[in-house]
Design a protein around this ligand. Structure first.
Ligand code: TRP
Ligand code: SF4
Length: 400
């Protein structure tokens, strides 16, 4: 039950750009080789802000999924799905909403920030306040312990931990909990029971993390434990009630150093992006017309790369020799700006070429992607259903 599992999601906000690639997708592509990964389109989350025009979401969902595949997310390794096709998220969200204090949600920094930032929209809605709790449900329903997110999302993962803790505290302590836990320890067999107790003491009294890991591994290996006893012992191990929901940790994704065409961070709202699957002619044109050091008016003027957005692209894309060539050539007026941009154009096109290739089959045959998502949703629903069964049982809602 305590499997290492990565979960992350993205709101469908339109075509993705190179900032998404360098900031998020490259990381996912790496993680998919290391852990079972569950990656999903958070279309309900998009609805919290696009509720007045929900029809735009659909196209973004499919475009974004093709962008993921183009970037190298591999459906044979990662499970890809769409949030609204796994309605279990909504049931867990509802149940969690019963025990989540309003203050916890009002305190989440993105709540006020986004309301101010998107002030043209009325975001004093029930759904928008619940945004981070829906995110908690997304995470907890897969008992995912690793959530790769950017810095702005860390408070949401923090809230998720608090919600899980509160849930386990409220519903994980059945009558006679301690006795039941002791009975379950005995079922491990005397040798392993003794080791378990030692490890538990080392963790609860000395905070020894390695002992905690080792004890969890011991429980994972124990074949003769029932599902309920295993949950009980996971919780008992840490000195709490049954561990029904798993507290996740944020895996901080390093902030993308990807500059936009104007030197600010690449972002749709600054209109300074290069799309992941943009046509080569269009990419070439965008870079050729990019702003350079404003002091360098004529070809004979020396320039300063530090004041030029093109240099920032060299930092991302060029090797040391090329960077040296830029520094020398710019400061001595030895090279022209178009000349300087050419290696950047070449590097971006080279990065994008395999992406366009990987996307093509999905553009040619939409059924391909529909099938991948249908499989992913099935797999996700199966896991989500198991958690929900335990949640209902813990809350006394499993009357049939
Ligand atoms: N709120 C996230 C974002 O805007 C998207 C998201 C929704 C998410 N549910 C999630 C991310 C669960 C990680 C885990 O980027
Ligand atoms: Fe920018 Fe390169 Fe022109 Fe210098 S030579 S101003 S770094 S584009």
């Amino acid at each position: 039950m305590y499997a290492e599992r990565v979960l992350s999601g993205m709101r469908p906000t339109g075509r993705l750009h190179l900032g998404h690639y360098h900031g998020v997708l490259k990381n996912w592509v790496r993680l998919q080789h290391e852990y079972p990964c569950f990656l999903f389109v958070a279309d309900w989350h998009a609805l919290t802000t696009a509720y007045d025009d929900p029809r735009v979401i659909e196209q973004s969902v499919w475009d974004m999924l093709i962008d993921w595949l183009a970037a190298g997310v591999d459906p044979a390794q990662a499970t890809l799905f769409i949030q609204s096709r796994v309605p279990e998220h909504a049931e867990l969200h509802l149940l969690l909403s019963m025990m989540t204090p309003l203050g916890w949600l009002e305190r989440v920094p993105t709540y006020k920030d986004q309301q101010e930032k998107l002030s043209e929209k009325d975001l004093t809605t029930y759904g928008f306040l619940g945004y981070p709790l829906l995110q908690s449900a997304d995470i907890l329903i897969y008992r995912a312990d690793k959530v790769p997110v950017g810095e702005d999302q860390v408070p949401h993962v923090e809230l998720t931990r608090e919600v899980a803790r509160r849930f386990n505290h409220l519903y994980g302590r059945e009558p006679g909990y301690e006795d039941k836990a002791r009975e379950a320890v005995k079922k491990l067999g005397s040798k392993r029971a003794k080791l378990f107790d030692e490890l538990r003491t080392r963790f609860t009294q000395e905070g020894d993390q390695a002992a905690l890991e080792q004890a969890r591994a011991l429980l994972d290996e124990a074949q003769n434990l029932s599902h309920g006893d295993r949950e009980r012992l996971y919780g008992y191990l840490e000195g709490g009630g049954k561990m029904i929901l798993v507290e996740p940790g944020a895996m901080l994704t390093e902030a993308a150093r990807m500059p936009g065409l104007d030197g600010q961070k690449m972002s749709k709202s600054y209109n300074n992006t290069i799309f992941l699957r943009e046509e080569p002619e269009s990419v070439t044109k965008k870079i050729r017309t990019m702003q350079t050091d404003p002091q360098r008016v004529r070809r004979t003027d020396a320039g300063d790369p530090e004041k030029c957005p093109v240099w920032q692209f060299h930092v991302v894309y060029s090797d040391d020799n090329t960077k040296e060539w830029v520094q020398q050539g710019c400061r001595s007026a030895g090279i022209g700006c178009l000349e300087c941009k050419q290696p950047v154009i070449d590097a971006v096109l080279k990065e994008q070429e395999p992406m366009r290739e990987r996307a093509q089959p999905y553009l040619d045959d939409p059924a391909l992607l529909r099938n991948i998502i249908a499989d992913g949703c099935d797999k996700a629903r199966k896991l989500a259903g198991e958690t929900l069964r335990d949640v209902r049982e813990a809350m006394g809602l499993n009357y049939a």
